[in-house]
Design a protein around this ligand. Structure first.
Ligand code: MSP
Length: 637
């Protein structure tokens, strides 16, 4: 995001209303809230959008299974999202629902524009559909049992008339965009995944459905009432319909400002490929950044309702404090990487970073100022005695903006904490209590003023993440945090002239034990450790393969390079560490068992597309093979 931009437009995904909000939703929304608050603090005219995605087969089915109408059900869950955002102090400017009339009309308008441009045509769709992901797949993309490659749930065959968007037409322009705009997709690793996907070739996208009803109808000008729009086309358009696209377009000015879409890694493809292609077709500017964050697990496990381990953000916030939770989420994981939620990790962050580092420092300022000067602090001698510490802190502050706009919020916080270290070290080094004893009162007071100033700078910069806490700190120090004070003490690097310190109760009382009664494994569950369900076992896809070719890998005593037939359109290459136990030539024509859905890996620079099952004891190693010959690709299980 460039500093010269006057307007900032920050968005979250709009959340499906098939289920209540969880930690994943809270995470994206808290990141977005932080960016929005930061943008406002530095003086950008900011629009922060969130909302709910209420159409599509998934919602229709969820409502039906509860005996409710889709709209009734959507009203209830949408309300729950709003309620949670209030609890978590989310400062959104607009909450959009895809059932809003204006949104639906805006989407129809967009369809018309794209159709007139001849980017949309009618044909027959034949393929597979995952209702849970609301995604189309071709057979080759599915697992052998035709389950969804993204969520593992069963897919259904779809054969129906459909309108298609000419996605393939935009392939080259998309690649050019990724190449020319370094930070359009963040982080870089995720951007590379998108580029690789597009380079494999884009197929035109089916954008209407006829087999159910719960969606936006085609514009009446199309005179084709049996079609409803594909839910992703409907949903993505929310980013512009919320600004009045196709209606009252005065807020569209935000679209030409700095647009940042925050999304989870699972929905990056829709945002970084389909969405910019739609925008190209609509001849609208492309977003500035699309940031994809990682997923949260619970004590190392994927969260799911059936396991009963889904983290309820409201429960955590109630138990540990909203702002402590906000801090934890942003500090704990680098943006883009997966993170693990545990109460222990949260408690450690609260006691250590917040209690020991931040809270203690405020207590020390309060204590020292009361002892030495009746709560009055003057910055008059700070630069005389502490130029070095102030310069070091200002240098750190100068770099912070870069981390925010690169979405590296954990780095932002890490850097900010270095200022707290400077302050704590200064107290240890200069020992103001000794100075007082030695009669050097002005030096002692300069030290207290240094610490108060550093704390003021930290509180101002931490405000977007912990707004209420930082307001408490600032009111205890006797200043307020706003655009003006940000400009003064961060941008212009000024010191606050005087402080009148007010006592405040400890901000981060120490937490001694886990507060939440949850499904986190307790001692009595330990005996079940290592036991998995049958579903978990079947997440591993094992296949019988026939070895077609085997060669030694040069410069390796251990490795053989195998070509195996796994019953697929092409053989796979597998690098196996079995050379000590098998002659390459003896393997050709034999069969083995392959773990077929392992993430491909490079071994000594060679691609390995799976792993052979083997057993090893003191007598050596043997491959696990079928007792009698089976067709290549037969599933084991
Ligand atoms: N409705 C679509 C988005 C349309 S945007 C035009 C959707 N909704 S969702 O409710 O299923 O998911 C919303 C977000 O929650 C996604 O960004 C997803 O990555 C995020 N998360 C869902 N589970 C998550 C975790 N366990 N951890 C972190 N985020 C995860 O997709």
């Amino acid at each position: 995001m460039s500093k010269t931009c006057k307007k900032a437009y920050i968005t979250t995904p709009i959340y499906y209303v098939n289920d209540v909000p969880h930690i994943g939703h809270a995470y994206t929304t808290i990141i977005a809230d932080t960016l929005a608050r930061y943008s406002r603090l530095i003086g950008l005219d900011t629009m922060f959008l969130t909302g709910t995605d209420e159409h599509g087969q998934k919602i229709e089915e969820a409502a039906k299974s509860r005996g409710r109408s889709p709209k009734e059900y959507a009203d209830e869950i949408s309300g729950k999202f709003k309620g949670l955002w209030d609890e978590l102090d989310i400062s959104y400017d607009k909450f959009i629902r895809t059932t809003d009339q204006d949104h639906m009309e805006g989407v129809q308008k967009a369809f018309e524009v794209m159709y007139k441009k001849e980017d949309i045509y009618k044909d027959q769709y034949e393929g597979f559909y995952c209702v849970s992901c609301e995604t189309f797949f071709t057979k080759i993309q599915l697992y052998d049992d035709e389950s969804c490659p993204d969520c593992g749930k069963p897919t259904s065959v779809v054969k129906e008339e459909s309108y298609f968007f000419k996605l393939s037409k935009y392939e080259k322009r998309l690649l050019k965009w990724y190449e020319e705009d370094d930070t359009c997709v963040l982080p870089k690793a995720k951007k590379n995944e998108v580029i690789n996907f597009v380079k494999q070739g884009l197929h035109d996208l089916s954008i209407t459905r006829t087999s159910f009803d719960w969606g936006v109808k085609l514009p009446t000008s199309m005179n084709d009432p049996k079609h409803v729009l594909y839910v992703w086309m409907d949903a993505l358009m929310n980013y512009i319909t919320a600004l009045g696209y196709g209606k009252d377009e005065k807020d569209m000015a935000y679209w030409s400002g700095t647009t940042v879409h925050l999304v989870g890694k699972d929905i990056l493809r829709f945002h970084a490929i389909y969405w910019p292609a739609f925008l190209m077709s609509l001849e609208l500017p492309l977003p500035k950044h699309i940031g994809a964050h990682g997923w949260w697990t619970r004590n190392g496990e994927k969260m799911s309702k059936s396991k009963g381990n889904v983290v309820n953000p409201k429960e955590v916030a109630d138990a540990y404090g909203v702002e402590n939770f906000r801090y934890f989420l942003l500090r704990e994981v680098p943006f883009g990487q997966d993170g693990d939620f545990s109460q222990k990790a949260l408690i450690d962050r609260i006691n250590s970073d917040l209690g020991n580092d931040l809270g203690n420092l405020l207590n020390r300022v309060i204590g020292m100022s009361s002892k030495y000067n009746d709560f009055e602090i003057d910055s008059i001698d700070v630069l005389k005695y502490h130029q070095k510490e102030i310069s070091e802190a200002d240098k750190i502050l100068e770099t912070l903006e870069k981390y925010i706009f690169a979405l590296q919020l954990n780095r932002y916080l890490e850097e900010l904490w270095k200022i707290l270290t400077i302050a704590n070290q200064a107290i240890a080094t200069y020992e103001p209590w000794t100075k007082i004893k030695e009669g050097k009162r002005d030096e002692a007071l300069a030290l207290v003023a240094l610490v108060a100033n550093l704390l003021a700078k930290v509180a101002t910069s931490l405000y977007p993440i912990m707004p209420k806490t930082c307001q408490s700190i600032s009111s205890s120090l006797g200043f307020s945090i706003d655009k003006e004070s940000y400009n003064e003490i961060i941008k212009e690097k000024s010191l606050l002239k005087k402080f009148t310190i007010k006592k405040t109760p400890p901000l981060f009382p120490r937490i001694e034990e886990e507060v939440l009664e949850t499904s986190e494994p307790k001692n009595e569950d330990k005996k079940n450790e290592g036991i998995i369900t049958i579903d978990k076992f079947f997440e591993t896809k094992i296949k019988i393969v026939t070895i077609l070719e085997a060669k030694e890998v040069p410069k390796s005593d251990r490795l053989l390079k195998l070509k195996v037939d796994a019953g697929e359109s092409e053989p796979r290459q597998v690098i196996a560490g079995i050379r000590e136990f098998y002659e390459a030539k003896d393997l050709v024509g034999t069969q083995a068992c392959l773990v077929a859905n392992l993430k491909p890996a490079k071994i000594m620079g060679l691609l390995s597309q799976g792993m052979l099952l083997a057993a090893k004891d003191k007598d050596g190693l043997c491959l696990i093979r079928p007792e009698s010959k089976k067709s290549s690709g037969t599933a084991v299980g």
